[in-house]
Ligand binder design. Structure first.
Ligand SMILES: Cc1cc2nc3c(=O)[nH]c(=O)nc-3n(C[C@H](O)[C@H](O)[C@H](O)COP(=O)(O)OP(=O)(O)OC[C@H]3O[C@@H](n4cnc5c(N)ncnc54)[C@H](O)[C@@H]3O)c2cc1C
Length: 415
């Protein structure tokens, strides 16, 4: 269909339903599925576009902390592979100490089934889902765009006759296409932290799996700001490390050493992969015209732990809700007002948490040994860690309510 036809169709009853979606969401990870769900439950016409076939693999520990659990669609059953009740901490392989909790600290999932479940929830809420289609760009002005209320979304797919290009039209677009986001580039997302995560999925025999059940390992690493983890998932372990991008060789050596130290080098990984995580700069935009970005595409991620699922779910839900309001806007001024409201909601919640996380990372880069000692030997610090993972409090609450934590972070700001 040409742009002109789409413009003619809009406002003509059935024709409009076919030609112009209220909301098109790009990317079906937790951010996109959450956005599509939030927009679809309002009864609007929502299209969710995903380049992979689902379920698809995503390099990720699959740690689900309280805020992630609390941001799931109502009734969503978490496909938990394990429930964490103990954490073994080490400082680059030394000073190993295990802390235990009677209450569950956080849950562990495998991303392919978790993400596919979220997409099912969006579909059940009324969203249409198309997989195996890549969004190459969006256009908000120019000859391909029928009017000022419409965004053209250019989609490529591989059909029996080869590559096919198609344009779908939307009143609002949500970019949730992850850390290499094309929609983020369109919006002009600016970053101030990029990290490289490397991970292996390691199938292990039952005797090894038993030893890990209910317990994760966190190792504060040898590179500034780096750490490693073992997350057990029943018959396999997710083992990974993350550190600042720049020296991939050193990050790989850290992973190899970590795996060897744990006595896991003899088991063949079923998957070994890497992925970048990106954190937005404070003044980075979250929208452009009728296009919003959320999750990794917006650089929304906790800078210290690089926890991103709760950020994706929470920002995705907000983006879906505000995209509906943008879709209803009849002029650019109102669309801009709604986009600013979205940005305000993100910054007031996740933005504040990111600010604290950034300072935590600076403290951790300077004094990993101090952090290790405090967490393993000072019971209030362990209780605070447990409270954050359970979702009873956040890093920002901790700094607000604990004078020692506040003073430690204030020291980071001093030259
Ligand atoms: C090594 C590592 C470990 C991590 N561990 C954890 C953890 O334990 N807990 C946690 O909370 N967070 C963790 N994170 C962060 C978390 O994985 C991300 O923050 C989260 O996946 C972000 O979700 P998202 O929906 O924004 O993006 P993604 O999950 O990346 O989803 C984006 C989707 O968009 C699709 N897409 C991309 N481009 C296009 C396109 N052009 N057209 C159509 N579709 C497109 C992709 O195929 C993908 O499905 C980890 C990250 C890394 C790298």
């Amino acid at each position: 269909m040409s742009g002109e036809q789409a413009a003619q169709d809009s406002g003509t009853g059935d024709g409009e339903a076919l030609a112009v979606w209220d909301v098109v969401v790009v990317g079906a990870g937790p951010a996109g599925a959450s956005a599509a769900h939030a927009a679809a439950v309002t009864g609007r016409r929502v299209l969710l576009l995903e380049k992979a076939e689902l379920p698809r693999y995503k390099t990720c520990g699959g740690g689900i902390i309280g805020p992630s659990r609390d941001a799931l669609p109502p009734g969503f059953e978490l496909p938990l592979r394990d429930r964490v009740h103990a954490v073994t901490f080490s400082l680059n392989g030394r000073l190993t100490r295990t802390k235990r909790s009677r209450q569950m600290l956080f849950g562990l999932i495998n991303r392919p089934e978790f993400d596919a479940g979220l997409v099912d929830a969006a579909r059940a809420a009324g969203a249409e889902v198309r997989t195996g289609v890549t969004v190459s760009r969006v256009e908000q002005h120019g000859p391909g765009v029928p009017d000022r209320r419409t965004v053209a979304v250019v989609v490529t797919s591989n059909g029996p006759e080869g590559k096919r290009e198609e344009i779908v039209y939307a009143r609002a677009v949500v970019g949730a296409d992850g850390s290499a986001s094309r929609i983020g580039a369109h919006v002009g997302v600016k970053l101030n932290q990029v990290d490289l995560g490397l991970e292996s999925e390691i199938p292990v025999p039952a005797s090894v799996a038993e030893d890990w059940a209910g317990r994760v390992h966190i190792d504060w690493g040898p590179l500034p700001g780096s750490y490693g983890w073992v997350f057990p998932k029943g018959d396999s372990l997710t083992v990974g490390v993350i550190s600042a991008r720049g020296d991939g060789g050193a990050t790989k050596r850290y992973l190899d050493d970590f795996v060897a130290r744990l006595g896991l080098a003899g088991f063949e990984p079923s998957v070994s992969s890497g992925h970048l995580t990106r954190c937005r700069a404070d003044d980075s935009p979250l929208s452009r015209g009728r296009v919003l970005v959320c999750g990794d595409a917006a650089g929304l991620l906790e800078p210290w732990t690089r926890e991103g699922i709760s950020y994706a779910l929470r920002s995705g839900r907000l983006a879906g809700e505000w995209a509906v309001r943008i879709a209803e806007s009849h002029d650019a001024v109102d669309a801009r007002r709604q986009a600013l409201n979205y940005a305000f909601a993100v910054k007031a919640g996740l933005g504040v948490e990111m600010g604290v996380g950034r300072r935590m990372l600076t403290l951790f880069e300077k004094r990993p040994g101090l952090l290790h000692a405090v967490l393993t030997s000072f019971p209030p610090a362990w209780r605070a860690f447990a409270g954050i993972t359970r979702g009873k409090s956040s890093l920002a609450d901790l700094v607000r309510t604990h004078p020692i934590a506040r003073r430690a972070l204030e020291a980071v700001d001093r030259p």
